[in-house]
Ligand binder design. Structure first.
Ligand SMILES: C[S@@+](CC[C@H](N)C(=O)[O-])C[C@H]1O[C@@H](n2cnc3c(N)ncnc32)[C@H](O)[C@@H]1O
Length: 218
């Protein structure tokens, strides 16, 4: 069983968590806040607790809830332990790719997006599509930037191609970006997705080769 499923703690380091909460506190957005990938809900509870009950903006969580056994109940327990009513969370128990299509069709918008789902390059690139629904001035954070190659490559390409996003900060592996103006075209194109799908098996092979060499070099 994953350690965080037992401890119900956030999967962020203390410094990353402090920066994430700082930016939420500073921006005080009233629009929807989204977390893609919640694990045991540790970070979710901390983000929600930034706000007093009566002034809390809507929180949306997208997660297929198959990370560990009984994940959804674990998240519920986490919320209860933190005094956060579960009804205040709009759970979308599905993959980010499916949830994005539905949210896009509904014309939803968000002011704060925290991307921390599957870390393979094609998933991260897919998750970055949600920035289409991010309001101007909104914040998008990515976890495991610079520590996981899939996240780093996807985020770097995103930044190169979307000059209307500025880097606010990068604390350990938490990258914080701000959307400075509306995008004239979707942030993630079909070409970006093809690029990510083509790179994914190469990155897998690279990881496999490194592990293999490590095991057999002794
Ligand atoms: C690294 S954990 C998230 C940690 C959490 N944000 C925290 O700070 O404690 C990754 C999460 O992503 C979820 N996940 C995996 N694939 C996903 C997908 N395709 N769409 C959305 N979430 C996904 C997993 O179920 C898991 O809960």
């Amino acid at each position: 069983m994953r350690r965080h499923a037992r401890t119900l703690a956030p999967e962020l380091t203390d410094k990353e968590l402090a920066s994430l909460l700082d930016i939420i506190r500073k921006m005080r957005f009233q629009g929807k806040h989204l977390e893609i990938g919640t694990a045991a809900g540790g970070t979710l509870c901390c983000m929600m607790k930034v706000f007093e009950y009566h002034e809390r903006p809507p929180f949306v969580v997208v997660d297929p809830m198959t990370y560990f056994q009984d994940q959804l109940n674990t998240v519920m327990k986490s919320l209860q332990n933190n005094g956060v009513p579960a009804e205040e969370v709009d759970f979308r128990i599905k993959k980010s790719s499916e949830a994005f299509i539905e949210a896009n069709q509904r014309g939803e918008s968000f002011e704060f997006i925290f991307i921390d789902g599957a870390h393979k390059i094609h998933y991260v690139t897919g998750d970055l599509r949600w920035t289409r629904l991010l309001r101007k001035g909104g914040i998008v954070c990515l976890h495991d930037y610079s520590s996981v190659r899939g996240v780093t490559l996807a985020a770097d390409r995103f930044l190169r191609k979307n000059s209307n996003y500025e880097k606010v900060d990068c604390v350990h592996t938490l990258l914080i970006l701000r959307k400075t103006r509306e995008s004239s075209t979707p942030e993630i194109s079909l070409t970006d997705r093809i690029w990510a799908s083509a790179l994914a098996p190469l990155l897998r092979l690279d990881i496999f080769t490194k592990k293999f060499l490590k095991n057999y070099s002794h």
